[in-house]
Design a protein around this ligand. Structure first.
Ligand code: SF4
Length: 191
């Protein structure tokens, strides 16, 4: 049994829509064509840009749809041999990486023992991070092992990165971390 788009919308927005819709699905109604049509309308006239999911090293191909330079949809690229149009749940949520009103856009600091977050400006936060890195490195630096082997390292700081960090960031991060003598470096980018 097919259902028209008009029927779908009418059932969805009515007071009893949820129940009726659940009943339709439960009785075996195929909503696939309606959902596909709604999707098609959303991306109609959108500009499509091929890209790659940033979340893991599988590198699934994606298609990013934009209207007036605003992202309206992201989905798997059927031309990609990795994913053939599919995305895992993480990849399917990439839209929220870009469009997410819950994303913090200011530096938040919670002092030890405090229950509230405080907004800091970026310069203040970076200065504090620098202070703590220097202090920790100075206090824990090992130049030679007991057997005399030169190591010039600190075991007290580690660097952790994720797949959304791009090549340029990772290149600079490696230079900084290794320059500081930090050897515990982990990143999904498999540096
Ligand atoms: S869609 Fe999933 S499997 Fe594919 S690259 Fe993204 S995170 Fe990895």
């Amino acid at each position: 049994m097919e259902v028209s788009r008009r029927d779908f919308l009418r059932l969805s927005v009515g007071a009893a829509g949820g129940t009726a819709l659940a009943g339709l699905v439960g009785s075996g109604v195929n909503l696939g064509p309606v959902v596909a049509q709604a999707q098609e309308l959303r991306i109609k006239n959108a500009k499509v840009t091929p890209s790659v999911c940033p979340y893991c090293s599988v590198g699934c191909g994606t298609l990013i749809y934009t209207v007036n330079e605003q992202i309206v949809n992201i989905e798997g690229d059927p031309r990609s041999p990795h994913n053939e149009g599919t995305l895992c749940p993480k990849g399917a949520a990439i839209f929220q990486l870009h469009v997410n009103p819950n994303r913090p856009i200011q530096v938040l600091h919670r002092a030890p023992g405090a229950s509230e977050w405080e907004v800091w400006d970026l310069d203040r936060a970076m200065s504090r991070v620098s202070e703590l890195v220097k202090k920790t490195r100075d206090e824990t630096f090992i130049d030679k092992l007991p057997n005399g082997k030169l190591v010039n390292m600190t075991p007290a700081i580690f660097a952790l990165g994720g797949a959304t960090l791009e090549v340029e960031f990772n290149h600079l991060c490696q230079k900084l971390m290794r320059g500081l003598g930090i050897v515990a470096i982990e990143n999904q980018a498999r540096i």
